[in-house]
Design a protein around this ligand. Structure first.
Ligand code: FE2
Length: 247
């Protein structure tokens, strides 16, 4: 099966928080309907993730996005970019729980913190657009319910949380990609500063076994590989993990 590389960089490079928030307003009117709709991913199994924007030529996958504090001395290395992929949909609703309460799969709680390159400055007021596949490895088409898609914001400590289910592995060509969640980060001015993916420890398809390799994808970076552990959340046991983005 041939891979279809979809580079959405031209379309999305100028995406601003304002545009994202317009999407929020639009879906707020629609509301969250039932999630029983079939995915339209019938032709998605051949879709490969691709790096977006100027990182496409950056074999190291390092961040080349605009950052507001690059004059800090860059004491911390910027979080590596990763493919935006073909399944991003603008206009997801603002919500911490991406599941709608009914999504089958292993419950997870992800806690991310966004810190400046000085390794210290928390990035409060940032907007994070999150999307992922379902437990069977399929992406929803967006639309009315934006299944497993959502927008969250960082608090004053630069922290955001996402409740979801662990994404399934999916075929990219003839081989699988490791389970992953996509993140697109906008600063307080609405400028996109990072597009990346977060992976999970012990996934057999990480690194050299990933069907999508650098410079297109990069599942080698330990900083973006989350270890999940049992945690009590509202009386339920979920798999929780945390990570930090340096921008
Ligand atoms: Fe993906």
């Amino acid at each position: 099966m041939s891979e279809e590389f979809v580079d959405e960089s031209e379309e999305n490079a100028g995406t601003t928080r304002r545009e994202v928030l317009r999407g929020i307003a639009a879906v707020a009117v629609i509301g969250v309907a039932g999630c029983g709709g079939a995915s339209n991913n019938s032709n998605d199994t051949g879709g490969a993730d691709t790096l977006s924007g100027d990182a496409a030529s950056d074999s190291g996958g390092d961040v080349a996005d605009t950052s507001s504090d690059n004059d800090s001395g860059a004491a911390c290395e910027a979080t590596g970019r990763d493919a935006q992929g073909p399944f991003y949909e603008e206009g997801a609703p603002e919500r911490v729980d991406l599941t709608g309460g009914t999504e089958p799969g292993e419950a997870i709680l992800l806690t991310g913190t966004i810190i400046g390159l000085d390794c210290a400055t928390p990035k409060g007021g940032y907007v994070v657009d999150v999307w992922q596949a379902d437990a069977s490895g399929e992406y929803s088409p967006g639309g009315a319910d934006y299944k497993l898609r959502g927008i969250v914001r960082t608090d004053e400590s630069g922290t955001f949380t996402v409740r979801s289910i662990k994404p399934g592995n999916y075929l990219n060509g003839a081989d699988y990609r490791p389970s992953h969640v996509h993140f697109m980060v906008f600063d307080a001015d609405g400028t996109r500063v990072l597009t990346t993916q977060v992976y999970f420890a012990d996934d057999p398809y990480l690194g050299a076994n990933d069907s999508c390799q650098p410079p297109t994808c990069n599942s080698y970076e330990a900083e973006r590989i989350v270890t999940l552990a049992d945690s009590d959340v509202d009386g339920a046991t979920v798999k929780a993990g945390s990570f930090t983005f340096y921008v």
